[in-house]
Design a protein around this ligand. Sequence first.
Ligand SMILES: NC(=O)c1ccc[n+]([C@@H]2O[C@H](COP(=O)([O-])OP(=O)(O)OC[C@H]3O[C@@H](n4cnc5c(N)ncnc54)[C@H](OP(=O)(O)O)[C@@H]3O)[C@@H](O)[C@H]2O)c1
Length: 304
Amino acid sequence: MKTIIMTGGTSGLGQATAHQVQVMPGIRFILGGRQTRWPLELSSLSSVRQFCEHVLDALGGTKIDALILNAGLSFPLQANTVDGHETTFAVNHLAHYLLLRLLAPALAPQAIVVITTSNTHDPQFSPVAPFSTIDARQLAHLKLETGPTADLAFASGFRAYATSKLCNLLTARAFAAMPQTRAAGVRVIAYNPGFIPGTGLGRNLPTGALPNSTPHLAEAARLHAGQVLADLALGHIVPPAGHLYASLVRGQVTWPAPSELARRDDVAQQLWRDSAQLVGLGIGWAAQEDPLQSNAIISAHKTL
Ligand SMILES: NC(=O)c1ccc[n+]([C@@H]2O[C@H](COP(=O)([O-])OP(=O)(O)OC[C@H]3O[C@@H](n4cnc5c(N)ncnc54)[C@H](OP(=O)(O)O)[C@@H]3O)[C@@H](O)[C@H]2O)c1
């Protein structure tokens, strides 16, 4: 029996992944979500803690074989979360960071962790570039532009989204480089599914703000991206040595270098530490670790 834990499996590409995975024989599938048997509201750090407690209770000491951190949003309706953090950063990055930290001790040897990022993390590909420096405390307290023009609001919301996806990539790199991750043979993948029109991601945007597609092509793209996410999490697609960033380009899985900023070990380490402080943890691998023991993120994986 393999255990797979997932976020973001109720809509969009993640729903396609969840449909695939949950019907497979020999899989115990736990889907955290706002309308699922396993309640998880990512805009609340206490909800993330409760979800992890329930999961760990249910596992009863058995281990997690795959962790799929796929939930995400853009252009949130609520500027701030109940914890007082900017919602895009809080849901896309901080909640998943906390979830990873709390569930890390329960990962099986050779477990697979997939974090869904986006090529918008890279200024080369994003209509609005992410911030060029990453300061978690500033991002947590960012004020998104709501006016005076729709263009400004779009740029501000998109920048927050692209930056949160950069944080996903940096978190994947930081976690992959930690001694405990490497010792346990845990495989970490940051996955860019490419642009998929018509998912819930653009639900708060005015019609026409994002490029359109035919319903048939959009559905095919969603199903394919979901299938690839399942294949990565199940170990059916294996990263080439030294690579962690899987990017779906015209339907093909490629393994490019992430953006220049995403490759910076110092930036990844700083984000890890600052995020730990924001969620009230030490900087180690697992939640309870002594920070002094975990001067831990090493500058390995230079090529990731
Ligand atoms: N679509 C694209 O073009 C594209 C491109 C690159 C990367 N991505 C990434 O792909 C992932 C999935 O996006 P998608 O396009 O499939 O969007 P989607 O249809 O909106 O799916 C987002 C998922 O995240 C969940 N979610 C959002 N906010 C949540 C919260 N506060 N608490 C718990 N769950 C929450 C949603 O749950 P509910 O059903 O409860 O809303 C849903 O299951 C995201 O990480 C996104 O950044 C998408």
